[in-house]
Design a protein around this ligand. Structure first.
Ligand code: SF4
Length: 334
């Protein structure tokens, strides 16, 4: 069996935003966007982050890239030696960002309309002193071919490309410095359905040929099931389940995961009525309920759920869930 090598280890990650009130702008509370998330990503693996809007997926991804500074916790990046991303100085961060890149959700707003493809894709190469002049053009040519764009279009501007092609430009830009880790934040959700599969297949092919590791942020469970090896389910800033993808879809161990999976579209019309519709609203991350954060909406909630935060426990090999009853509940799979 091939030994798994950890590339990224996220431990107890927190990102709180202060809420200021009154004339003196005193801190009256915190929006807990990410509240103690832990998981790891192995080399060459695709880990999916899923959950409803506002659950902390994008904030987690941005903390990992140090686009924003976490409030607490550690993010260990293993590249020869383990380095804590949260404690890196400016020089260390510059090196780290060569190894960790992002693909953005919106291919329309994430590209500067005044820059040509050559400038967009080649910018990081130029700024980091990797290539200049003819060598830079050659490298951009290779990158464009890798993502399925015609290199002869490198002097065109983003408006001359379709949505799918713009996302390919964004992918070429992310690949420019040969990163080890790519955080892909909803890379297909702004695209037409017909284009989404092409982009997912492209990301998959690039992973195989370049040995990339992805942290895939998505709300489309079909994409997650198709593409990721493991899944982290987030609810109001906390991880509620972490598992191998097939195992998660076959045997979820947290009631929130069960509800999410019940929303996956089913081809059989007789099974479409099985969807679990959760009552109530997603709690405000500034005033989340005590105990299990899911208890006001959970169909299996009991007294203990209102007072005690369930710990994350290993329910089977490499399958973790934070529910007081994860070992006894019989939850429905897809
Ligand atoms: Fe539901 Fe209780 Fe489990 Fe939370 S701990 S998911 S409220 S059963």
């Amino acid at each position: 069996m091939v030994e798994k090598q950890v590339l990224l280890e996220v431990s107890e990650l927190r990102k709180y935003y202060p809420i200021s009130r009154g004339i003196f702008r005193r801190v009256a509370g915190y929006v807990k966007a990410v509240d103690g998330v832990s998981f790891s990503v192995n080399q060459g693996e695709v880990v999916g982050l899923i959950g409803e809007s506002g659950c902390g997926k994008t904030t987690t991804g941005r903390c990992i890239l140090r686009a924003i500074t976490p409030t607490s916790g550690s993010i260990l990046f293993h590249n020869g030696k383990a380095q804590d991303v949260t404690a890196m100085n400016r020089d260390e961060l510059r090196d780290y960002r060569r190894n960790a890149q992002m693909i953005f959700q919106d291919p329309y707003s994430s590209l500067n309309p005044r820059m040509s493809v050559l400038e967009i894709v080649g910018e990081a190469l130029y700024v980091n002193g990797v290539a200049r002049g003819r060598a830079l053009e050659d490298r951009v040519r290779v990158l464009m071919s890798q993502v399925g764009l015609k290199p002869e279009h490198m002097r065109r501007f983003p408006h001359a490309f379709s949505g799918g092609q713009r996302q390919r430009i964004g992918i070429a830009r992310a690949l420019a410095l040969e990163p080890k880790l790519i955080v892909a934040d909803e890379p297909t959700s702004a695209l037409d359905v017909s284009i989404q599969a092409q982009i997912i297949n492209l990301l998959q092919n690039l992973q195989k040929t370049l040995g990339l590791t992805y942290l895939l942020i998505a709300h489309d469970l079909s994409v997650i099931r198709h593409f990721s090896n493991r899944v982290v389910v987030l609810y109001v800033g906390q991880a509620c389940e972490v598992s191998d993808t097939e195992e998660l879809f076959r045997a979820p161990r947290h009631p929130y995961t069960e509800a999410l999976l019940s929303a996956v579209p089913k081809p059989d019309p007789k099974r479409r009525g099985n969807r679990i519709v959760l009552g109530g609203e997603v709690p405000d991350p500034a005033a989340a309920p005590l105990g299990c954060k899911f208890h006001p909406r959970c169909p299996y909630s009991q007294e203990v759920c209102r007072t005690e935060l369930p710990p994350m426990i290993e329910v089977s090999e490499d399958h973790f869930a934070s529910c007081h009853f994860s070992e006894t509940l019989k939850l429905r799979a897809v």
